[in-house]
Design a protein around this ligand. Structure first.
Ligand SMILES: [Zn+2]
Length: 251
C-alpha cells in the first residue's frame, strides 16, 4: 500500500497518492519496486493524505516480499511532527540498551484541545516513513536515500554503507554463528550486494534475535545499526543493543 507509484514502466514519472485526481481513479500505475509486476490503483481519492495505491486486481498482486505490498509502508504524515524529527537522534535512541520509558510530558495532562504529536521514533515508524516517500524525497530536510539502504537507494552506497542507517535485508546462506554470537544478513533484498554482520554482547539478546531471524528467514528483515566496515568493501558490521533495532516484515 504505497503512497507513491509510477505512471510508466521505466519508473521515471512519479505520482503521489495525495496529488492523484479523479481521472486517475481507474488508471493502473506501476509499483515502486521495479521487480514487482503489480498493477496499482488509487484508493480514497477524495482529496486527502490518506489515499494509497493498492493492488486491487487479483491477477496483478504484489510479488512475494514486495515491501510495498503491506501496511508497513503506510505512513500517515499527519500523525507525526516532522519539524521535530532528527534522524540521528532517532537512530541513536534505537541503539541504546536502556529501556526508554514512555514519555510523560505535561502536555497531555490538561485537555487543552490539541493532542500532542511526536516525530517518528520507532523503527516501524521510521521505516514506513522511508518507504512512503521516494529515495530523492525529503523529510525534515533529510533525503530518504540517506536514511535507508534498500534496492532503491543501493546506487548511493557504492563505496559502502556506514554510520547510522536503516537497512532492508534478508537472509542469504549462513544465518548465525553461536561461537562468535553473530547473525548474518544480506542487503538489499534483491541484489544482496552487502554482507551484514550483527554482533551482540548480550547472550540472551543474541539468542532471541537469532531465533527470530531464523524463524523468519523467508521474510524481509529491517535493521537499524551504526555500520562500520568489516574488512571488504561490501562487508559491514553493527552491534545490536536491543530488540528495538530489529523488525520482521510480516503481512
Ligand atoms: Zn509491489
Amino acid at each position: 500500500m504505497a503512497k507513491y507509484a509510477y505512471r510508466d514502466k521505466a519508473r521515471k514519472d512519479i505520482i503521489y497518492s495525495n496529488s492523484a485526481i479523479e481521472e486517475d481513479r481507474n488508471k493502473a500505475f506501476f509499483c515502486p519496486n521495479p521487480n514487482c509486476e503489480a498493477k496499482l490503483y488509487i484508493c480514497a481519492v477524495d482529496g486527502s493524505n490518506s489515499a494509497y495505491f493498492r493492488a486491487t486486481k487479483a491477477e496483478f498482486k504484489h510479488i512475494k516480499n514486495c515491501p510495498f505490498g503491506n501496511s508497513n509502508t503506510e505512513f500517515d504524515s499527519k500523525k507525526y511532527d516532522e519539524s521535530k524529527f532528527r534522524y540521528d537522534d532517532a537512530i541513536n535512541n534505537l541503539l541504546c540498551t536502556t529501556k526508554t520509558s514512555s514519555p510523560t510530558t505535561a502536555s497531555s495532562a490538561h485537555g487543552t484541545g490539541k493532542p500532542s504529536i511526536h516525530p517518528p521514533r520507532t523503527l516501524r515508524q521510521i521505516y514506513s516513513l522511508c518507504k512512503s516517500l521516494p529515495i530523492r524525497g525529503t523529510y525534515a530536510g533529510k533525503e530518504i536515500g540517506s536514511m535507508i539502504l534498500d534496492d532503491r537507494s543501493e546506487y548511493r552506497y557504492s563505496k559502502g554503507c556506514f554510520g547510522n542507517k536503516i537497512i532492508e535485508a534478508t537472509v542469504n546462506g549462513k544465518i548465525y554463528n553461536d561461537k562468535k554470537k553473530e547473525v548474518y544478513l544480506a542487503a538489499p533484498v534483491n541484489s544482496k550486494k552487502y554482507v551484514l554482520t550483527l554482533t551482540f554482547l548480550d547472550e540472551s539478546l543474541y539468542k532471541e534475535i537469532r531465533t527470530e531471524i531464523y524463524n523468519n528467514r523467508d521474510k524481509i528483515i529491517v535493521i537499524a545499526g551504526r555500520w562500520k566496515s568489516a574488512g571488504k568493501s561490501n562487508e559491514i558490521v553493527s552491534e545490536v543493543y536491543g530488540k528495538k533495532q530489529v523488525m520482521v516484515i510480516k503481512k
